[in-house]
Design a binder for this molecule. Structure first.
Ligand code: PMP
Length: 413
């Protein structure tokens, strides 16, 4: 199994899974776009911290001091990972969805929001009110954005841009879109959930105001993500969650809230999650060249292989040749994606995703309905890709049906 030596190792890549015929095989996880299994470095760091976690900020004991240091160090690591200006601009959230909902609640009144209708629901749906404009991308997204911004009423504007599309893996021209946004005086938030595991995210080079990401897509466990960016709107907004930790003072007469990131982090924070996310960021940050080389080689193998299978059609928003990360969605002519996914798991130990990928408009438009998605990561190997291609060429030996909401081989009666 060739995982490039200089690519960080992934704990989940050593899993074995049972097949329908009773054999056991190495798990071919081709579902990194949903959640990426944790890095060995992350697992070690979490194991080391687990005995130590204790209340942050208010505790005087030694373990509390350790937790506080670990938590605040994580903020600084995330700042560096996205090249934000100030550590105080990093707010820990549960994930990208949470981060975008937080930002949505913090917008000044009458802010116009521009979203693309191909985006993940997390990026498309948190914004409310009459000033939300949904744009269908054409072959010139800069012009699309320019036109949309030209039609917005005066007042604050926010443009929501996805770094890498979760359905097709295609890279969006973020810097070019932010240049358009700037011409209209608009702010820009980058949904980096799918980009950050694959490419460096430099918010200053891209000239974006906010970045959101999820730890569980970055080879850390669930439950920690971040909203990073300009503090002014966030300081002026009511706290996202009201409760302990967000307050400076509470008296019989009223409450005064913190102005830093704690304002939106009420409740005991997820110190272990933030640490895991930070260690993942640090580890990836040291290996970008190797990460990109590893994924590009596998992506090429996957896309070329899929293109050679009759009836397989790969999806794209901007065209087959557009640059992308290791995420490929496709349909198999005449076959139900759910059944194909069930077959790949049961007979080959391959994990892919099927459905509409929380981007219903995009998937329905590009695939005419549901699709399959294979997504690569650091634990992926050429053998995983070849196994998928062989399995797709072969087709199922068994017939599959829906039983209790899950696909399973049809039982002989
Ligand atoms: N945006 C994109 C591009 C995504 O791929 C995802 C996750 N599929 C999200 C947002 C939402 O991330 P989370 O579920 O971690 O909140």
């Amino acid at each position: 199994v060739e995982v490039t030596a200089s690519v960080p190792s992934v704990a989940g890549s050593r899993l074995t899974v049972p097949l329908v015929d009773g054999r056991t095989v190495q798990y071919a996880n081709l579902d990194h776009a949903a959640s990426a299994p944790c890095l060995d470095a992350v697992q070690d760091a979490v194991n080391e911290l687990l005995p130590w976690y204790a209340s942050v900020h208010r505790g005087a004991g030694y373990a509390s001091q350790v937790s506080t240091r670990v938590y605040e160090r994580a903020r600084e690591v995330v700042r560096e990972f996205v090249n934000a200006r100030r550590t105080e601009e990093v707010i820990f959230t549960r994930n990208t969805t949470d981060a975008l909902n937080l930002l949505a609640r913090a917008l000044p009144r009458f802010t116009s929001v521009i979203v693309f209708d191909t985006d993940h629901h997390a990026a498309m749906l948190p914004w409310r009110g009459p000033n939300v404009f949904r744009v269908t991308p054409t072959d010139s997204v800069e012009r699309d954005l320019d036109e949309a911004l030209g039609q917005t009423p005066t007042g604050p504007r926010l443009v929501v841009v996805t770094g890498a599309a979760n359905v097709t893996g295609e890279l969006w021209p973020v810097a070019r879109l932010s240049a358009v946004a700037r011409r209209h005086g608009a702010r820009i938030v980058l949904d980096a959930a799918q980009l950050a595991p694959h490419r460096p995210v430099d918010m200053r080079a891209l000239d974006v105001d906010y970045v959101v990401l999820s730890g569980h897509k970055l080879y850390a466990p669930f439950g920690a993500g971040a909203l990073v960016g300009r503090a002014d709107w966030l300081r002026a907004a009511h706290p996202y969650l009201a409760g302990g930790g967000a307050t400076r003072q509470v008296t019989e007469h009223g409450v005064s809230w913190h102005y830093g990131p704690e304002r939106h982090e009420a409740g005991t924070p997820n110190v272990v999650g933030a640490h895991a996310l930070a260690v993942a960021c640090e580890t990836l940050g040291k290996h970008w060249d190797a990460v990109a080389a590893h994924e590009e080689a596998l992506l090429d193998r996957l896309r070329t292989g899929l293109a050679a299978i009759p009836g397989v059609r790969q999806l794209s928003i901007f065209g087959d040749d557009s640059p992308r990360v290791g995420v490929v969605s496709f349909t198999v002519e005449g076959q139900d994606p759910g059944l194909v996914a069930a077959y790949l798991s049961a007979e080959h130990g391959i994990g892919v995703r099927d459905g509409l990928f929380c981007a219903h408009i995009a998937t329905a438009r590009l695939a005419g309905g549901r699709a399959l998605r294979a997504s690569l990561g650091l634990g992926s190997t050429a053998e995983h890709v070849d196994r998928l291609l062989t399995a797709l060429r072969q087709g199922p030996a068994e017939e599959y049906e829906l039983v209790d909401g899950r696909f399973a081989p049809v039982e002989d009666s």
